[in-house]
Design a binder for this molecule. Sequence first.
Ligand code: MRU
Length: 334
Amino acid sequence: MPINTIEWKNDCVRIIDQTKLPLKLEYLDCREVKSIWKAIKELKVRGAPAIGIAGALGVVLGMKDCPGGDINAFKRKLEQVIKYLASSRPTAVNLFWALERMKKCDKKSLLKEALKILEEDKAVCRKMADYGSGLIQDGDTCLTVCNAGALATADYGTALGVFYRAKEEGKSFKVYSCETRPLLQGARLTSWELKEHNVDVTLIADNTAGYLMKEGKIDKVFAGADRIAANGDTANKIGTFNLAILSHYHKIPFYIVAPVSTFDLKLKSGKGIPIEHRKPREVIHLQSKKVAHSRVKVYNPAFDVTPDKFIRAFVTEKGLIKPPFDKNIPNVIS
Ligand code: MRU
């Protein structure tokens, strides 16, 4: 089943409204840059590569009424639109990477560049899947967190792309999906996506992962990433760090699947990665149902940083990157 997470259609950006899944598969047409900003902020479109594509197409919308004739006026407006889109979410570097590419465009090349970013993502997903599926053996049981699938990219996904390719190759394996509180990307999106693709998936509450590992039921963990520093420290959905420590303790290989656009070589380590903090409402409510006192204090970081030493390898479109990461990452990525 093809999942059209994001596309350019009839002069607008058509996205799947992911806040409605899995109950409704609804599309949202964004015609203004403001609606793209809101869609990113509210996680209607989400996942690092998809946010990058949305940002790039958002620039096209933001610049649609600006004639390219006066170069200085065009550049001023372009910077303004880019700054606005960059304020939507801070952690996934793919957004800033895509906006940087858009910054170099003139009026004529804006749409071409945004569509190039989208098309490139499709090819990159397939390449990561090629390399990653080599890590899966018949009989494996894998664990994943959040959603690093088709809903997070323009095509196959990153971590989930590995499963799709292994399935196409006829391998027999199982996947556990962590529900991923507070916004339930694992429950709502990953288990939906994997089921739609006939991958054998079992949903677990986040706090079940340690027990499963202790029982010897997990062979490998695959996660996506939002930003990877030059030394391999990796920001991903909150709770990824817990899984990495648990994997290390149980000697289970922990893999990060991410495109080159997710690496931020300007940052030496994970210390400099900006972590998004979101509203208390997301924790006080479970979807729309209130589950805690309305005025209780809440701490709600959306991402955490896994230190490089817990990561067995990165799967990228350029192949696998193994330790020592501080040498091998800059060698492969730059
Ligand atoms: O807050 P989200 O849903 O945008 O967080 C997404 C993740 O953490 C993904 O694992 C990451 O972006 C990689 S997606 C290929």
